[in-house]
Design a binder for this molecule. Structure first.
Ligand code: SAM
Length: 327
């Protein structure tokens, strides 16, 4: 699919004219300032996670069947979260791990990881991806449990309570997603656009927003028990439209985190667009592009979604933990 260019420059790399270090009449100092801030880009709230496309990020690093999953996380998002919130040897969890993106990126970064996945077809691919990562020399250990993460505590040994440094996950949104397309007799045909082929309510993809929020809060409650004090939870959620109306999944994620006893600490943006020469180059699916074009043709100024919200929570420390930060 051709890349699509959106309007607008990337604000984060623009100079801060309030800073005393920056003067329009001092181009040398201006360049110094930009260079320094570019070097610090890994600590910005805007994560440049789509500098290359998903297929390019996965090529050679994931087994080819991975592409069948309808809502994979960009590997760069998981890798960024792991680098930001853990140290080598730490334990990372993804309770809805799909084809195992979080786990693969964790073991490549020398972290250990485990994941839960409801659908055997995806947990099998996650297993294959972990084997592939180890064949490539990844040093972390990882395993996948097939099961319902709303019952997380019945799936993992109690010895893991308080041991997890970081949870990275993303909830499913709706029973069908964009999937892949091929030309058909009567136009474009969708495929690989479902999590499973039934109406199994155990898969949160089949619940409405309220049901999804309830189930996700249950999952996060289990994660909170497994997290160590001060541990982080990173959830990516794409704002999403159903019949043209916004489904506010990020707000539902914050509500679920609060109900699970977690403290929201940051809200970042993971770009689904590349930054090229001061412009954003979006990487939309065929159907996203079609929906936005149709809306604009009929006079609705709809924006192409080119980011995921990244909601970050922390498990608070208590005085009993014997460490500094107390909520
Ligand atoms: C948005 S996808 C996550 C994709 C994953 N990050 C990856 O890159 O492959 C959400 C996943 O949650 C799984 N899921 C849904 N309900 C679940 C449940 N109750 N327990 C465990 N996994 C579940 C879905 O089957 C789906 O694979």
């Amino acid at each position: 699919m051709a890349e699509h260019t959106t309007a607008g420059s990337f604000g984060a790399s623009e100079p801060d004219t309030d800073s005393p270090a920056v003067g329009r009449d001092h181009p040398g100092r201006h360049r110094d300032y930009e260079g320094r801030h570019r070097a610090e880009a890994s600590s910005l709230s805007v994560w440049a996670t789509a500098q290359s496309t998903g297929p390019v990020q996965r090529r050679g690093r994931y087994v080819p069947e991975s592409v069948k999953h309808p809502a994979r996380m960009l590997p760069a998002i998981a890798a960024h979260a792991i680098a930001a919130y853990t140290q080598p040897g730490d334990l990372v969890l993804d309770p809805m791990c799909g084809i195992g993106t979080t786990l693969v990126e964790a073991v490549h970064a020398g972290r250990d990881a485990f994941g839960i996945e409801y659908e055997p077809q995806w947990s099998n691919i996650a297993d294959a991806n972990i084997r592939h990562a180890h064949d490539q020399g990844a040093s972390g250990r990882a395993s996948v449990i097939r099961g319902d993460a709303t019952r997380l505590m019945s799936l993992v040994p109690t010895a893991l309570n308080g041991q997890v440094a970081l949870v990275v996950t993303s909830p499913p949104y709706g029973p069908t997603v964009h999937g892949l397309v091929r030309p058909g007799e009567h136009g474009v045909v969708k495929y690989d656009d479902r999590y499973n082929d039934g109406e199994d309510r155990g898969n949160l993809a089949y619940r409405d927003l309220t049901g999804l929020t309830d189930g996700f809060a249950q999952i996060l409650r289990g994660c909170t028990t497994l997290l160590r004090p001060g541990g982080a939870v990173v959830v990516t959620a794409r704002p999403w439209r159903k019949r043209g109306e916004l489904v506010d999944l990020p707000s539902a994620v914050i509500a679920a985190g609060l109900r699970a006893g977690l403290v929201p600490t940051e809200r970042c943006v993971a770009l689904l667009a590349a930054v090229r020469h001061g412009q954003l180059v979006a990487r939309p699916s065929f159907f996203q592009l079609q929906q936005v074009r149709k809306a604009r043709t009929s006079g609705v100024p709809m924006h192409l979604i080119a980011h995921e919200d990244v909601l970050i929570f922390t498990k608070t420390r208590t005085p009993e933990d014997g460490s500094g930060v107390v909520a």
